[in-house]
Write a protein that binds this ligand. Structure first.
Ligand code: ASP
Length: 432
């Protein structure tokens, strides 16, 4: 019997998880039960995905860089990737500003709701503000210095140091290109073998994906605040969702169609499981192994492109987050009764661009960096208390956009360097 395609299995897991979460929370003991007995399986699933991230980057990037043959090709790959990332992020912020100016969600929030939200979420907002302050008081070149690690074991010790690991591996790959082929060959073959093993491990982890997302979503529902808050912030949430939908259903598919000849169907069929996982985990970093596998094996972008473009993208390219930061900044400002001038909107473009680059690929990181965007336009950052309650569902959606944007850039850069092929037919409508 043919197994159900992976994206259907994940989708069923998600729906069942939400239903179970609601059902169990209606019992007094239900919430605790979900936290103690269901959530841990979700955590195990996320841990497995994160566990694989660094070995995957190392093995596939060494192979990828050394396959590029010469340094010129590498620099072309680097500049095109960064260029495309900047362009897509600026488009995302612009779309965010357009929808928020059209819909004007700040005018829908009532004075009483505002006071209530500021009262109940003020303390959480304080926490985010002090965390953001810590990352703001740094010199202008700190980010650059941080890309160069002083110890590779230390760098590989945390998934948050992805750029440092990438730096080391690209450096290593350059060394590998420059030495004798006879000496380089066994090193390449070794990492090639390691890479195959890691890809197989991802396949195995994905076998439990439906259970993992079931547990994650059940726990999310059991822990979420009362639905009344969602109603009060409905127009704001809708504004963010409209912007995100424009990116995911119009902008990216049009880009890959125009510049890489990839059809709507191939794009979404290829990306489906990774998108569902991004939604369930709210973390581009945790989704990275699956994004890489899907773009490579199901859309047909070669390893030398995906192994560089996607991990870099997971770290610095966050279109969904930047769009959301633009919308949220204007919304909060409107809710406080201030109009946002054109100059301030331009400042938002710049700071949201920088803030999204600095946002970590983990749940809830986007709202932290929002503090910096708010300060840049002179809005009291305590205003994030207004949107904290509804942040998680929006985080899930913006993470889907973040990884889709990475994949789009990988496909287009791959095409431009002649590294986009048809995926293996066995992977077309397949399971894993
Ligand atoms: N959760 C997002 C990500 O991992 C970041 C954010 O916007 O909070 O891509």
């Amino acid at each position: 019997m043919k197994r159900l395609a992976l994206h259907w299995q994940i989708l069923i897991g998600m729906v069942a998880g939400i239903a179970a979460g609601y059902l169990l929370s209606s019992f007094t003991w239900g919430g605790r039960f979900v936290i103690d007995w269901v959530k841990p399986f979700g955590t195990i699933f996320i841990n497995l995905l994160k566990l694989i991230a660094i070995p995957l980057i190392v093995s596939s990037l060494i192979k990828g860089v050394s396959d590029l043959q010469d340094i010129r090709q590498l620099s072309r790959l680097g500049t095109r990737t960064i260029g495309m990332y900047l362009i897509t992020t600026i488009v995302a912020i612009t779309i965010g500003l357009l929808v928020v100016n059209l819909i004007n969600p700040g005018s829908f929030i009532q004075e009483s709701t505002r006071t209530e939200l500021m009262g109940s979420f003020g303390a959480n907002a304080d926490q985010s503000m002090s965390a953001a302050a810590a990352s703001k008081n740094r010199g202008p070149l700190t980010a650059l210095v941080e890309v160069v690690p002083d110890n590779i074991i230390g760098a590989a010790g945390s998934n948050g140091n992805m750029l440092q690991v990438i730096f080391f591996v690209v450096f290593f790959g350059i060394g590998l290109i420059l030495i004798d082929t006879e000496k380089a060959e066994p090193v390449k073959r070794f990492f090639d073998g390691v890479n195959e093993v890691i890809l197989k491990m991802i396949d195995l982890i994905m076998l439990i994906a439906p259970i993992g997302v079931f547990a994650l979503l059940a726990a999310l529902v059991a822990e979420s605040p009362s639905p009344d808050i969602f109603k009060a912030l409905g127009v704001y949430a809708l504004t963010v969702l409209i912007g995100l939908a424009a990116l995911i259903f119009l902008f990216y598919p049009t880009l890959v169609r125009l510049f890489a000849g990839v059809s709507y169907g191939r794009f979404f069929q290829g990306m489906g499981p990774a998108q569902l996982l991004a939604f369930s985990t709210s973390s581009s970093a945790a989704t990275l192994p699956v994004t890489m596998e899907r773009v490579e094996e199901h859309i047909g972008v070669e390893k030398e492109i995906t192994s560089f473009v996607l991990p870099v993208g997971a770290t610095i390219n966050m279109d969904g987050t930047s769009l959301y930061q633009a919308v949220a900044a204007v919304f909060i400002s409107q809710a406080f009764g201030d109009d946002v001038t054109i100059m301030e909107q331009l400042t938002i473009v710049l700071t949201a661009l920088l803030a999204s680059i600095g946002t970590a690929a983990v749940p809830g990181a986007g709202i932290l960096m929002l503090v910096i965007v708010l300060e840049s336009i002179g809005v009291n950052p305590a205003g994030i208390a207004l949107i904290l309650a509804i942040d998680r569902p929006l985080d899930m959606c913006r993470t889907v956009v973040n990884i889709t944007s990475d994949a789009t850039v990988a496909i287009i850069v791959g095409k431009s360097l002649g590294k986009l092929t048809q995926p293996h037919p066995k992977n077309w409508d397949d399971n894993l």
